[in-house]
Design a protein around this ligand. Structure first.
Ligand SMILES: Cc1cc2nc3c(=O)[nH]c(=O)nc-3n(C[C@H](O)[C@H](O)[C@H](O)COP(=O)(O)OP(=O)(O)OC[C@H]3O[C@@H](n4cnc5c(N)ncnc54)[C@H](O)[C@@H]3O)c2cc1C
Length: 124
């Protein structure tokens, strides 16, 4: 029996969600993995910090966001390694095989400090 092409998406931020939703009409099975069970809408974090929104207003459960996407399975797990030779993604306590891997785990924030002619990049 033919098995479905397995797409694994690491990260459920803007990039990962958009990627997972783009397979709506494709004959594939999609697994989206995130270490948090919710999608965080980062552009509204300032409003949370200043008290005009509550944290619940900017966080949506990934399973709820993707509930209409029957072919997308959401897994809670931290990606700790990639094994491209064996087409495996390594989680804390599990390994998942893929045919196609999409990495959308975001980037850390950096502070760029400009002093006179000097530019320093600092990790917060
Ligand atoms: C305060 C703030 C305001 C912003 N305002 C704007 C704006 O007005 N306009 C704009 O265009 N952009 C804005 N941005 C930037 C925008 O939010 C980011 O560019 C966007 O969220 C990046 O999307 P992403 O999918 O690449 O990563 P993220 O949204 O960071 O998603 C990454 C996902 O991967 C998961 N993840 C990370 N590592 C692992 C791991 N090892 N295992 C499993 N899961 C993992 C995380 O839990 C997360 O869900 C803002 C950002 C911030 C912080």
């Amino acid at each position: 029996m033919d098995r479905k092409h397995r797409v694994v998406v690491a990260g459920g931020g803007f990039g990962g969600l958009c990627a997972a939703q783009s397979f709506k009409r494709a004959p594939v099975g999609v697994t989206l993995i995130d270490r948090r069970k919710f999608h965080l809408f980062q552009p509204l974090l300032y409003q949370v910090a200043t008290g005009s929104l509550s944290p619940a207003n900017v966080a949506s459960l990934l399973r709820a966001v993707l509930k209409r996407q029957k072919k997308v399975q959401v897994l809670l797990g931290e990606v700790i390694d990639f094994d491209p030779q064996n087409r495996k993604i390594v989680l804390n306590g599990d390994e998942i095989q893929y045919d196609t891997l999409i990495v959308a785990t975001g980037v850390p924030a950096y502070n760029v400090v400009v002093e006179d002619d000097d530019i320093k990049i600092e990790t917060p």
